[in-house]
Design a protein around this ligand. Structure first.
Ligand SMILES: C[S@@+](CC[C@H](N)C(=O)[O-])C[C@H]1O[C@@H](n2cnc3c(N)ncnc32)[C@H](O)[C@@H]1O
Length: 489
């Protein structure tokens, strides 16, 4: 069952949510309803409860789930024991309701075939990164009768990420999408899945507006009274924007002044990926035991919790080293002694040269050629990005992104800006959400963020900031915030 859970995306819908969605798609004219990924039949049950005259259709591929559904189900419905995505469209439906499987692109073995088929049949050129659930949704939108209704619950990652752009463009051209009920990412809807969730509601007719509803309490579904509704005209929506921003009108970028795109003043890049941390990371004891030379030990911050201060100094690095933390990466390309070469040989005996990353690197035991970064930015965060001034000039693994500025003389000023609440408020307009309050920034999310243009500051304020930098600790952040805020708000 665990296997199928992952492979087939089996996360079953809570009855409260199923009832809400069933109500949306069941009207007085609804004669038939389809669930394309029916599982144990949560939605069919909910629709049948509202109107037992409605003819119910479904698809499901898992024998076990089908058997369970048949044993438990007290009403009739047509079950097609086959892959919905390959089933022909020989019938159209008044309503379609679905909680599809949410497999990421790596788990979709037939994605090339699906992309080709969707291009031909539905005139949409989906990206190879598209989540499995989107294929279900696009097919369903093409199986509706006129005025038909469609309701899907899926992760809302498509609102913000690259593959979602083409999907949003499709919705904007079609104009069937009426409402996106986004569950606040502090709500956990599925016991076993760490995912964000939204309910998409479509009606097959031309709409003028999309409603963006942010649900902070599942009770809102019961009462139908939603606290946070914002509507946008179709013509004002842009498929290239992160739609998450449409939920927060007060945070829009034009509420701030003197900003510049981060990509104009520098570049954020990914940290070093070793391909096998167990082998490549070194601590004091391991270096001693293997008798490795200094040349192959490249100083590095390897995980975010190791860095506890705003500035990471040589002293901080030495403390980690003496505490036997992993603070070096093995760079076999600099092997200087027989012991160094023996460690490479050991890696080959263990077949560490055959993993995806190492086998694509030449030679496999070299460290990726990345410079040490003056400013480090944590990849994952909860409400606050960890920004570190790398005074120790060490390298960093992928737990941190690296920020390189075009003008190196501005590194301290920009660092002081980035640690302030006002800077973080603006950066967070571009975040991705990973469920349960966890936020993630990819390098390009940050490159597309706006930051304050420090060039417009007075010399007096610049000097004041740099003085604070020299004696920086957490208590000085408010003071920095006041200086920057007067230029931005
Ligand atoms: C997220 S579960 C939802 C089940 C049910 N609708 C619910 O909400 O409780 C998705 C279901 O889709 C089934 N499934 C996976 N791939 C499928 C496919 N290609 N065609 C039809 N069903 C599929 C899985 O076995 C699983 O039962």
């Amino acid at each position: 069952m665990i296997d199928n859970k992952k492979k087939l995306g089996q996360f079953f819908t809570d009855p409260q949510i199923a009832d809400f969605m069933a109500k949306l798609v069941t009207g007085s004219n609804t004669a038939n309803v389809l669930d394309p990924a029916a599982g144990a039949g949560a939605f069919l049950k909910a629709v049948h409860k509202i109107n037992d005259k409605i003819k119910l259709y479904s698809y499901e591929i898992d024998d076990k789930v089908i058997k369970e559904a048949k044993e438990k189900c007290s009403f009739e419905y047509e079950l097609n024991h086959e892959n919905y995505l390959y089933a022909g469209i020989d019938r159209k439906y008044d309503s379609i309701i679905c909680n599809p499987p949410y497999n990421k692109f790596q788990g979709i073995k037939d994605r090339k075939e699906l992309i080709e088929a969707f291009k031909k049949k539905y005139k949409i050129a989906l990206s190879g990164y598209t989540n499995y659930c989107i294929y279900f949704l696009i097919k369903s939108l093409n199986e509706l009768n006129d005025k038909g209704k469609c309701c899907y619950i899926i992760p809302y990652e498509f609102l913000n990420c690259g593959y979602g752009e083409i999907v949003k463009k499709y919705f904007l051209e079609q104009k069937y999408l009426k409402t996106i009920y986004k569950f606040d990412n502090t709500l956990k809807l599925f016991d076993d899945a760490t995912t964000t969730s939204c309910i998409l509601y479509f009606e097959k007719e031309e709409h003028r507006q999309i409603n963006f509803i942010n649900i902070t309490d599942v009770e809102e579904l019961k009462t139908g009274k939603f606290k946070n509704i914002i509507s946008y005209n179709y013509k004002d929506l842009d498929h290239k924007e992160k739609w998450i921003n449409y939920y927060k009108p007060n945070n829009e970028i034009h509420h701030y002044k003197n900003l510049v795109k981060l990509s104009k003043i520098g570049k954020v890049k990914r940290g070093i990926a070793t391909g096998n941390n167990q082998y490549f990371l070194l601590n004091k004891e391991k270096i001693k035991k293997l008798n490795l030379s200094k040349e192959v030990c490249i100083p590095c911050v390897t995980k975010s919790p190791d860095v506890k201060t705003l500035k990471f100094t040589k002293d901080d690095f030495d403390k980690l080293y003496h505490a036997n933390k992993n603070v070096y990466i093995f760079d076999g390309a600099k092997a200087a002694t027989q012991e160094d070469r023996n460690y490479i040989k050991y890696g080959e005996e263990m077949k560490y040269n055959e993993t995806y990353l190492t086998s694509h690197r030449c030679p496999w035991y070299a460290v990726e050629g990345k410079d040490s970064s003056p400013i480090l930015i944590s990849v994952f965060s909860r409400n606050k990005l960890k920004i570190i001034r790398n005074e120790a000039k060490v390298k960093n693994l992928t737990a941190f992104h690296s920020l390189f500025l075009n003008d190196k003389s501005l590194e301290n000023l920009y660092f002081c800006y980035l640690i302030t609440p006002i800077a973080q408020e603006i950066l967070f307009l571009n975040k991705r959400e990973y469920g349960e309050g966890l936020d993630k920034f990819e390098p390009n999310d940050l490159n597309n963020c706006y930051v304050f243009d420090v060039n417009i500051m007075s010399d007096h304020d610049k000097n004041e900031v740099l003085n604070i930098y020299d004696h920086l600790d957490d208590t000085k952040i408010e003071q920095l915030n006041d200086i920057f805020t007067k230029y931005i708000k």
